[in-house]
Design a protein around this ligand. Structure first.
Ligand SMILES: C[S@@+](CC[C@H](N)C(=O)[O-])C[C@H]1O[C@@H](n2cnc3c(N)ncnc32)[C@H](O)[C@@H]1O
Length: 185
């Protein structure tokens, strides 16, 4: 399989690679066999990331923290809904083995790649959208249930104000009972 990506969507390969190689550590912070499988299947020069081991460690730690935050949210809200903004090729729903209602809004080019590896179901939906639009919000069927908004790695893609400005506004506009999760960068 060849991944012909450029610009912003290509950045989704970095956290994918980071989670995949973390599994090769003797005592991995996270284990992500599906990420490793995708790295094997995508024809791309992942070797060029090899020097970024510090970033790789950062992604592994961020992944672990957001996995925990998501598990905590679902423990406290078994009927909660997860919205994973800019999901890229993230595998959190599979890693956590949950069946909860889960949405992954992302740009068309990224979702095109995602669809090669993941199948949508009634409870697992991909939304072609930019976080700067509002139409996607209406497609999230939360029915007043608590919503977890995750923006992992989205903030470092030249969008540092997503956490400080956009996520709170999404919460105010549409999801009254939301919780945010994302990186601090
Ligand atoms: C660095 S990747 C992170 C992917 C994933 N969250 C992860 O941790 O593996 C950034 C993702 O944000 C998406 N993205 C960038 N700008 C976006 C926007 N305006 N709206 C929605 N998604 C966006 C990209 O397509 C890509 O999937």
């Amino acid at each position: 399989m060849t991944a012909k990506l450029s610009g912003i969507p290509e950045t989704l390969l970095i956290p994918l690679w980071a989670r995949a190689v973390e599994g090769e550590e003797p005592d991995p912070i996270v284990r992500d066999d599906k990420a490793a499988e995708m790295v094997r299947q995508i024809e791309y020069d992942f070797a060029k990331f090899a020097k970024a081991r510090l970033s790789q460690l950062g992604v592994a730690i961020r992944t672990m923290l957001l996995d925990r935050a998501t598990s905590d949210f679902l423990r406290r809200n078994p009927d909660g809904v997860v919205v994973n903004l800019g999901a890229g090729l993230d595998t959190r729903r599979h890693r956590l083995g949950v069946e909860t209602d889960w949405y992954e809004p992302d740009l068309a080019e990224s979702l095109e790649l995602r669809r090669r590896f993941f199948e949508e179901t009634d409870r697992y939906r991909f939304l072609t959208a930019s976080v700067f639009d509002t139409e996607w919000m209406e497609k999230v069927d939360d029915a007043g249930r608590p919503v977890l908004l995750i923006a992992e790695g989205l903030c470092i893609v030249r969008l540092p104000f997503i956490r400080s400005r956009i996520a709170p506004r999404i919460a105010r506009l549409r999801f009254e009972q939301s919780t945010e999760g994302g990186d601090e960068s």
